[in-house]
Design a protein around this ligand. Structure first.
Ligand code: FRU
Length: 488
């Protein structure tokens, strides 16, 4: 395709598969990520979307309903899944897990107070026949006080919190809940006494479905699985602002009998001496719009070194794991590749991960959204979807104007810029996400509840919004339908 002057061609990626334990790591390069700005309309005016409509989530109205009926803030949410990411109802109930926090807190203070809660609703009801807010009943917190904090050797934490993960259900009603167990050590002014300590953990419990609803039992013990190693995955000693979280487990039909996990990490470099290399930039030979490695490393971009990690279970109980090299790095592209998941369709492997506009490296810009990569295996030379950019589904955004913040969106921004985050791609291309902020400076409303489910049509190395789904593309609020059932 013809390129605007000033923009490079994206990197060539073969999609070729490698063994899970190979040390090949696919790169989401600067040349790839520059395609995001390349497809943004430089003439889009104030409050208009500058990104292509086919990759943009329809705008969510500001009068959205609240799924918890005022009980809790809700954000990252995940269903009950099997090894293939099919979504289960149990005994006639759909069940989801969400990060929740007290509504007396400001929504931006949620991260250090997050706890995992759950919701349930009757299965098999079409979205159009449900209450507007999705019709969920809030079941409460999964863990009793003290349970998730017990793993930390140093009990002097100032905050202890539960971050995202995933939930696997088994035929006997057992649930393996994988999540991120986090301790913060801060002084009264909020400064770190020592770096925060995120660990990937497992807790096992049981689901009980009756006519009245759903109860969870067990979940009284947490087993630590993995701590960042400093070799593949950056540690708090290397960078106090490191990211290490969001485990998602699955089986790969190419390696029967094994269980794998993807998670968010950072490339294991010392913060102050981090450097990117030619392959991270990914320019084609003779590219007239290439940057030099020296320019990029001098720009501050090496502070932004997200990756997607891979681990393999060493036992059937999934209580022992080993790290494998990362499957994707975004060195000098973005600092956060969050909530990664593997999605298999038509024999192709899709890696989806979410990223923020504000975590892009200097010289790179793109919307809040879910990004996708396709290859021939879990570890492969991943091709970023949609014109080589990686953007699978973004919130409506104007890259010609500043972002502002969810608590103070820029005056000229599209009101939907912060409308959705923490997207999770479900069977049949359905995508759920939570609402952060809708509106512009001085006239916005905070979310803290799930947005409308939308659908993307995934085909080869493209994904486009299905505007025939729901109401011009917007489906039911908080609609997370099961596509499989466990009878109890
Ligand atoms: C995404 C996220 C996750 C993390 C959680 C913490 O919204 O940043 O990566 O687990 O939120 O609140």
């Amino acid at each position: 395709p013809a390129q605007d002057p000033g923009f490079p061609q994206p990197t060539i990626h073969t999609q070729r598969a490698y063994a899970p334990d190979d040390d090949f790591t696919a790169r989401w390069t600067r040349a790839d990520a520059k395609q995001l700005k390349a497809m943004s309309d430089p003439n889009a005016g104030p409050r208009e979307n500058s990104m292509p409509e086919e990759y943009t989530m329809p705008t969510i109205p500001q009068d959205f309903p609240d799924m918890s009926n005022g009980q809790v803030w809700v954000w990252d949410t995940w269903p009950l899944t099997d090894a293939k990411a099919d979504q289960y109802s149990v005994g006639g109930w759909e069940i989801i897990f969400s990060l929740v926090a007290d509504r007396k807190l400001g929504f931006d203070d949620r991260h250090t107070y997050a706890k995992i809660g759950y919701f349930y609703r009757p299965a098999g009801v079409p979205a159009a026949d449900r209450p507007e807010n999705g019709g969920w009943t809030y079941g409460g917190l999964v863990f009793d006080p003290g349970v998730s904090g017990a793993i930390f050797e140093d009990q002097s934490f100032s905050h202890q919190t539960e971050w995202s993960g995933s939930a696997r259900v088994f035929p006997n009603g057992e649930i393996k809940l994988f999540f991120t167990d986090v301790a913060f050590y801060r002084d009264a002014n909020g400064a770190n006494i020592k770096p925060y300590d995120p660990r990937l953990v497992l807790s096992v419990g049981k689901v009980h479905a009756t006519k009245q609803g759903v109860k969870l039992t067990g979940f009284d013990k947490v087993t630590e699985l993995l701590k960042a190693d400093g070799k593949y995955y950056q540690t708090g000693e290397q960078n106090p602002y490191f990211n290490f979280r969001d485990p998602f487990t699955f089986e790969d039909p190419a390696y029967p009998g094994e269980t794998f996990m993807v998670f968010e990490g950072n490339t294991a470099m010392q913060r102050e001496s981090a450097k990117c290399d030619k392959a991270d930039l990914g320019y084609r030979p003779g590219e007239p719009n290439a940057e030099t490695v020296e320019q990029v490393n001098a720009s501050g971009a090496p502070y932004f070194i997200g990756n997607v990690g891979l681990a393999r279970a060493k036992n059937k109980k999934l209580t022992e794991w080993e790290f494998l090299p990362p499957i994707l790095s975004a060195n000098c592209v973005t600092d956060q590749t969050e909530r990664p998941q593997i999605y298999i369709k038509d024999g192709k492997y899709y890696l989806f991960t979410i990223s923020h506009r504000t975590t892009y490296a200097p010289g790179i810009d793109g919307p809040e959204g879910v990004y996708g990569f396709v290859g021939d295996g879990v570890r492969s030379d991943y091709q970023p979807l949609n014109r080589g950019s990686g953007l699978a589904l973004g919130s409506p955004t104007n890259l010609n104007y500043a972002a502002g913040f969810p608590f103070d969106p820029d005056y000229n921004q599209h009101p939907g810029q912060f409308q959705a985050y923490s997207h999770y791609v479900m069977p049949n291309g359905l995508v759920q996400s939570f609402i952060d902020t809708i509106g512009t400076k001085g006239a916005f409303r905070r979310g803290g509840t799930l947005g409308p489910t939308v659908r993307i049509e995934i085909d080869g190395d493209t994904a486009v919004v299905d505007r025939t789904y729901g109401d011009h593309g917007l489906g039911g609020y908080a609609d997370i339908p099961a596509n499989a059932e466990l009878r109890r």
